[in-house]
Design a protein around this ligand. Structure first.
Ligand code: ZN
Length: 318
């Protein structure tokens, strides 16, 4: 087929679109590309560490690469590969024009025919294997596009990697899943467990309790079963004065949790007693929070009646 740009300026729909999409089946997506690096021990080691795979077959003088690394040897990295074909880009462009502007990777299948070992230099070819009929999924309506990549060492076929995406028009269902600020879900509740129940009981009584080791006197927060200074398991509590300073902070922009309104500052407060805790600063805009800012404890009651210790910027306090 021809890849002449501008062959048609009309946006194809329905059967005409499907016919145009089907025409890409069998077209190349990559031809005779070479792996950026020969199969090598450092990449194998990094992969095994990331995957937690300690199989002895992947290390030592007779090491082979984990078969599931197959695609890794074909990847172009940030700079990509040169010599790409236009067919795949054209196909995706056609789908974009038809309104299928969203994409999700759905699955991949691999076949292994020959082990890859350090020193092997791979080449690969990709083909657009199939374009599905129009399908409606929970995400929306669109087309599954499957590419098949054959990985060779010399003339040996080492393996095959099939990769499938769905290019689709987002459905109403997806729109409805956007957070609706009028029906805001409640804030996440604190996780109260056997080790920290005393802390939350203190908060309920509007008292910020710090754990103190009764063996060595070291204060600790958050609450833990044992002392990290001496290992002692016995403890009592002291009530925090409520004075502190901002030790550090971050401003949250993303991800947008539905119960919160970004941007907002999350602070690590150093209490006058010396321990630090994560909280929020109130009474000051998020972009005015600064390291070293003096703050004072207060307890804030939220919509769902949960109570949390927060810190008010002291210049702003009454
Ligand atoms: Zn101790």
């Amino acid at each position: 087929m021809s890849y002449e740009p501008g062959a048609s300026h009309e946006v194809a729909t329905g059967d005409a679109l499907e016919a145009r999409l089907k025409a890409y089946e069998g077209e190349p997506a990559a031809v005779a590309r070479a792996g950026k690096d020969a199969v090598n021990a450092p990449m194998i080691r990094h992969w095994c560490e990331a995957m937690g795979d300690t199989n002895p077959a992947y290390s030592g003088p007779d090491a082979m690469a984990p078969p599931t690394m197959l695609q890794a040897w074909t990847m172009g990295g940030l700079s990509g590969h040169s010599g790409r074909t236009h067919a795949y880009d054209e196909l995706l462009g056609l789908l974009d024009e038809a309104g299928c502007t969203s994409v999700v990777a759905t699955d991949c299948e691999q076949e292994y025919l020959r082990p890859l070992r350090p020193g092997d230099e791979i080449t690969f070819d990709s083909v657009i294997e199939s374009v599905s009929e129009r399908k409606t999924t929970k995400l929306g309506t669109g087309y599954f596009v499957t590419t098949r990549t054959d990985i060779h060492v010399g003339t040996d076929l080492a393996g095959t990697h099939r990769f499938r995406i769905l290019k689709y028009t987002p459905g109403r269902r997806a729109e409805q899943q956007q957070p609706d600020r009028r029906q805001r879900p409640p804030r996440p509740r604190p996780v109260v467990n056997r080790d920290n129940a005393g802390f939350w009981e203190g908060v309920r009584r509007r008292s910020l309790l710090i754990q103190r080791c009764t063996d060595c006197g070291t204060l600790r927060h958050p609450w833990l079963p044992g002392c990290n200074a001496c290992g002692g398991l016995e403890w009592d509590t002291v009530e925090a004065s409520g004075e502190g300073t901002v030790y550090s902070y971050v401003v949250m922009h993303h991800p947008p949790f539905p119960a919160f309104d970004p941007p907002y500052a999350v602070v690590l407060v150093e209490l006058a007693e010396g321990v630090r805790m994560i909280s929020n600063v109130v009474g000051v805009p998020y972009d005015k929070v600064r390291i070293g800012m003096p703050v004072r404890l207060e307890f804030q009651v939220y919509d769902d009646e949960s109570v949390l210790p927060v810190f008010r910027a002291r210049e702003e306090a009454a």
